[in-house]
Design a protein around this ligand. Structure first.
Ligand code: AMP
Length: 231
């Protein structure tokens, strides 16, 4: 079992951002933008779980198998990892949570985690993108195995300079095991059935914002800046 030790005293003006978006909507890219500009960490459950999946252990094997199927990892494992990560000192000015919560149950668990840590919810941002655009992005996405930088070989503005090599750190680029059309359909279905209902939960708390993710990444970032400036 992972032990949760609260190491951080939350600042009053914490900028806590949550994205709700279908797979390949650009949440990782936008999270990196916010991270650089506002100096807050990007906490992606997908990245945390992909790192665990590399471990040669029972939990590593379980997570690796679950990830490649496109199914969700068991809640108890995910909750512990999130609470442990959010309790670290670099979260004191805020953080971007990405990939969590994914269903109503997780949303309630997240309320509890925030309460335990003394954090507020911040802004919940829904990124809306058309399915056809998502399919194109999913098949072209390449990720750096070392620094997690994301590229897209189907997008001339976001291709790596050298094929398979990260522009930022020289790491090797790979295609995620779940970035194929079959797993995409499964994840997209899961998003509609399980994740979209939590939008209502945040609407009721008056913390929900919707942006148009079909636009270029610069235009999407601009919409996000407008939200961050008012929270
Ligand atoms: P992502 O990078 O957010 O698309 O997540 C990739 C995969 O990680 C998902 O398909 C799930 O298998 C797993 N995962 C990420 N976030 C969660 C979560 N909140 N709960 C359970 N599984 C998750």
């Amino acid at each position: 079992m992972l032990e949760i030790i609260k190491e951080v005293i939350a600042e009053d003006n914490m900028k806590n951002i949550m994205f709700i978006a279908p797979p390949a909507a650009g949440k990782g890219t936008q999270a990196d933008y916010i991270k650089e500009k506002y100096h807050i960490p990007h906490i992606s459950t997908g990245d945390i779980l992909r790192d665990i999946a590399k471990e040669n252990s029972e939990i590593g094997n379980y997570v690796a198998e679950t990830l490649s199927s496109g199914e969700l990892v068991k809640d108890d494992i995910t909750y512990k990892l999130i609470e442990q990560r959010l309790s670290r000192p670099d979260c004191k000015n805020g953080f971007i949570i990405d990939g969590f919560p994914r269903n109503y149950e997780q949303a309630l668990a997240y309320d509890e985690i925030l309460k335990n840590l003394g954090y507020k919810i911040g802004a919940v941002i829904v990124i809306d993108v058309d399915k056809k655009i998502l399919e194109k992005r999913i098949t072209g996405r390449r990720v750096c195995s070392s620094c997690h930088e994301v590229y897209n070989i189907n997008d001339e503005n976001n291709r790596p300079k050298l094929e398979s090599i990260c522009d930022e750190c020289g790491g090797k680029l790979y295609q995620r095991a779940d970035d194929n059309i079959e797993a995409f359909e499964n994840r997209y279905e899961t998003y509609h059935k399980k994740t979209e209902p939590i939008i209502k939960h945040y609407e009721e708390q008056n913390v929900l914002y919707r942006i148009d993710g079909n636009e270029t990444k610069e235009k999407v970032s601009k919409q996000i800046d407008e939200i961050i400036n008012i929270i």
